[in-house]
Design a protein around this ligand. Structure first.
Ligand SMILES: NC(=O)c1ccc[n+]([C@@H]2O[C@H](COP(=O)([O-])OP(=O)(O)OC[C@H]3O[C@@H](n4cnc5c(N)ncnc54)[C@H](O)[C@@H]3O)[C@@H](O)[C@H]2O)c1
Length: 269
């Protein structure tokens, strides 16, 4: 199945995540006329995409896929409002953190096929990863259709155990924020050592994105790439003694991912 034949797709919520997915779909050739966007307050960039690509904001041809990309906290209210507009047999794809298949199904006609997913914002440039779990009644064709749509944002992985979704959210859904924080902290630390702030920010940005690109292109694992930077007794080793020491990045990351996983469970509602 190709992206060009997917849909029509109704996107409910075109904020940071829905907007990133929309950009990915358009960049990779989903025609604007096969997309409907429902968002009471789209940002200027989304409004510009809607105008440029002739995207509809009201339902005409019934959608074959409905992508739910509103905040988990308002999902129940939004679902109650749009349930009647979801045609029988249409596939519902949720990207909401925490919200379970059963929690979404409660609002929909019994038997509605639902796929719960967690994408991430690099989907905007086709470099994200989306993890999916299918509810009962999702056909092989609908799985293929969901995969084609989500692959516009990068890689797609299917899992069978919905219980893993909160941990997945904590790793790949939230993960880009941890990497951006690393760039912020690296810049701030460089400035503290006397580098002018603008240059420190540039060094951090190019270093983090360059290291990410090297990881992306290389066949080597991250530990080997790290070893390749680390001369025995050198400067990197001195820094890694801190970062890999007790209370260092390993422990902080474990605690951070555990906290995000717990929060996902709370958001189930
Ligand atoms: N941002 C991420 O990195 C990320 C990653 C994975 C999953 N998610 C999930 O994506 C969902 C959206 O998160 P976000 O970060 O894009 O939030 P956001 O606030 O940027 O976007 C939400 C959008 O929903 C719109 N909206 C509000 N009420 C609506 C309604 N009644 N009908 C239609 N649209 C409505 C808002 O105007 C806004 O544009 C959440 O459920 C979140 O868990 C986000």
């Amino acid at each position: 199945m190709t992206l060009k034949t997917v849909g029509p797709v109704l996107l409910v919520g075109a904020g940071k995540m829905g907007g990133a997915m929309l950009s990915g779909w358009l960049d990779r050739g989903l025609p604007g006329e096969r997309i409907i966007v429902r968002d009471p307050a789209p940002g200027p960039e989304i409004a510009a995409l809607i105008a440029k690509h002739g995207i509809r904001t009201a339902i005409g041809e019934p959608p074959a896929i409905v992508v739910l990309a509103v905040k988990p906290q308002i999902m129940d209210v939004v679902l109650a409002g749009i349930a009647a507009d979801i045609p029988a047999g249409a596939l519902v794809v949720s990207v909401a953190a925490g919200k379970t298949l059963a929690g979404i199904a409660r609002h929909l006609t019994p038997g509605t096929p639902i796929v719960r997913t967690i994408p991430n914002t690099p989907a905007a440039i086709g470099r994200g990863i989306t993890v999916c779990v299918a509810g009962p009644g999702v056909s092989a064709r609908q799985r293929a259709e969901a995969t084609a749509l989500l692959e516009a944002g990068g890689e797609v992985a299917w899992i069978d155990d919905e219980g893993l979704m909160d941990a997945v959210t904590a790793v790949s859904g939230s993960g880009p924020a941890y990497v951006f924080l690393l760039a912020e902290c690296l810049a701030a630390a460089g400035a503290e050592q006397g580098i002018p702030p603008d240059l420190a920010a540039r060094l951090a940005r190019v270093t983090v994105s360059g290291a990410g690109e090297l990881l992306h292109r290389s066949d080597l694992d991250p530990a080997t790439l790290r070893h390749n930077v680390t001369s025995p007794g050198g400067t990197t080793a001195a820094a890694l003694d801190i970062l890999m020491g007790e209370g260092g990045l390993g422990r902080l990351m474990r605690e951070a991912v555990a906290a995000a996983t717990r929060r996902g469970r709370e958001l189930a509602g």
